[in-house]
Ligand binder design. Structure first.
Ligand SMILES: Cc1cc2nc3c(=O)[nH]c(=O)nc-3n(C[C@H](O)[C@H](O)[C@H](O)COP(=O)(O)OP(=O)(O)OC[C@H]3O[C@@H](n4cnc5c(N)ncnc54)[C@H](O)[C@@H]3O)c2cc1C
Length: 496
């Protein structure tokens, strides 16, 4: 079903057609937010410090979107969008390329369907659709960076971010311009400027990165066709059908997929040398001599060692005390990044959560009838619980694998200790759940079965955490009770 051109509601006190939203960032989150806001009638100005996204560009990374994230794209009814949704090929599984085994993924219903695609290609599709549908109300300004925001006066500052002429006609090559807004939307990713402004100007606004992966990673794209297939029938697989995973303890890992144009790309992480093409290629060849094609190792080496790329990126969990400020909201990675460790098969949590935040904002705008004095705080509160539960699960998953845990950098001893406690909690939930589900399989689920329920977009993160707590908490309460009774008896005996 096509989305309405502009949403109409009776009796609005705040009229979106008189309001301007400034969206910072035109990644998947910002592009989607611009589309939703225009659909509600807002005038939308989007600023991105990078170039207009296009499939396979320098900012491309493979994104995995579970049905939780995919629904946002489906709802917009974007006909030209072939990457995520009913006309795209759902992910059928992950090939373990070392053990030559397929780990299938349940894509049996729309509630469980997962897609793998290219970040920039997806953003490009949504931007194009927004420009076509709302030519008079949405404007994208590329190579233009947001540098400041005066939260009281509701004026942001933007200036060209490169020596290239900016797309925006109103930003000349040297000047910074004032951009008035009614709502400021920070969809500017992990290193968000909007978040930095909120941290500097909003009392009690806190940001932490409790844990970061020390192994860096980089995207690769358009790998050449190798002389031998990495897997029998590899080139008969449909685009987006599988993810191909090379990983082993202590070795670099590679995750590839076939994009909709038939090209092969993906992500490489944990290389020892990023600055030397031959060394990187040799490391991959030595790690996976039988399964990783020589031509790909050479191409990956060339791509990841390009001096233009700067430092490899490190995945991190990012937590904010709130996702709002005066007339300002944070969306996507700017608000709550995760590492991608959690979730069924360890896929899709980050980008899905990123676009989920746009949907939450859209629902709150509608529910609060665009009362922009209320929307930011309500959005933040509504989003808060789901994000906290998601990040707890992420933390639990991330520290579970001891090999992976060794490559983590905790922000302080407190987080390292809480990772240890979290593992204890998980162990209890697994043991109790395992016992109960073995004895009464129809009544109880095991912990992995509980976690697998997250594949279904109707199941919330908070529900899953509560189910696991239901297994672990009684045991913790019993243990604490036993300690208390023991101490009490010992005390009594001492007094006697
Ligand atoms: C190099 C890289 C690798 C990644 N790898 C993975 C992965 O393997 N798995 C995974 O699940 N997720 C990965 N992600 C995260 C994933 O890309 C995001 O979850 C997803 O793109 C949605 O994020 P977003 O739109 O919120 O932010 P982003 O996609 O990061 O987009 C933010 C946009 O904001 C713009 N911007 C930033 N600051 C400003 C400013 N001051 N003014 C104007 N514009 C600004 C940027 O140019 C960018 O276009 C990766 C991200 C990056 C950058």
């Amino acid at each position: 079903m096509d989305a309405p051109e502009v949403e109409e509601e009776e009796g609005r006190r705040w009229d979106p057609t008189t309001l301007t939203a400034v969206v910072v960032g035109a990644g998947p989150t910002g592009a989607l937010a611009a589309h939703y806001l225009a659909m509600r009638g807002y005038k939308v100005e989007v600023y991105d410090k990078g170039a207009r996204p296009s499939p396979g560009d320098a900012a491309s990374v493979p994104l995995v979107l579970t049905s939780r994230g995919a629904i946002a794209f489906e709802e917009l009814g974007l006909d030209g969008q072939r990457r995520v949704g009913p006309t795209a090929t759902p992910l059928r599984g992950v090939w373990d390329m070392v053990g030559r085994r397929l780990r299938p993924l349940d894509s049996s219903s729309a509630f469980r369907r997962t897609f793998v695609t290219d970040r920039s290609g997806l953003a490009a599709d949504v931007i194009r659709a927004a420009e076509q549908r709302y030519p008079n109300t949405v404007r994208f300004h590329f190579n233009t960076e947001l540098t400041r925001a005066e939260l009281k006066n509701r004026v942001a500052g933007a200036r060209p971010s490169t020596s290239e002429p900016a797309d925006a006609a109103d930003v000349n090559a040297s000047a910074e311009i004032d951009v008035p807004y009614d709502l400021l939307v920070g969809a500017d990713g992990l290193e968000s400027t909007v978040r930095r402004i909120l941290k500097a100007k909003v009392k009690d606004f806190g940001v932490i990165r409790p844990v970061e992966e020390t192994a860096g990673y980089r995207a690769v794209s358009r790998l050449p066709r190798p002389s031998r297939e990495p897997l029998t029938g590899f080139y008969t697989h449909r685009p987006q059908e599988y993810v191909y995973d090379w990983s082993a303890p202590g070795k670099p890992s590679v995750r590839l997929y076939i994009d909709i144009d038939g090209s092969v790309g993906g992500l490489v992480s944990g290389l020892r040398r990023w600055d030397d093409a031959a060394a990187a290629a040799a490391e991959l060849q030595a790690a996976y001599p039988d399964s990783f094609p020589e031509e790909w190792a050479a191409a990956v080496g060339q791509q990841v060692s390009s001096p233009a790329l700067g430092e490899p990126r490190h995945a991190a969990i990012l937590q904010c005390s709130q996702f709002y400020g005066p007339r300002t909201v944070l969306l996507g990675d700017a608000a709550h990044a995760v590492t991608g460790a959690s979730g069924p098969m360890g896929l899709g949590q980050g980008p899905s959560a990123a676009v989920e935040s746009v949907r939450t904002l859209a629902l709150v705008l509608r529910g609060a009838q665009d009362d922009l004095d209320k929307v930011p705080e309500v959005y933040s509160n509504v989003r808060g619980d789901a994000v906290m539960a998601m990040q707890m699960l992420e933390f639990m998953e991330l520290t579970r694998d001891s090999e992976r845990a060794r490559r983590l950098k905790f922000a302080s001893w407190w987080f390292a200790w809480s990772a240890f406690v979290t593992q204890g909690f998980r162990w209890l939930a697994e043991t109790v759940g395992g016992l109960l589900s073995a004895v009464m399989p129809k009544t109880f689920l095991s912990a992995p079965q509980v976690l697998a329920r997250l594949e279904d977009r109707r199941i919330g993160y908070s529900e899953v955490i509560k189910m696991l707590q239901g297994y672990a908490s009684p045991v913790v309460a019993l243990l604490l009770g036993a300690i208390f009774v023991g101490l009490f008896m010992a005390f009594n005996r001492a007094l006697a």
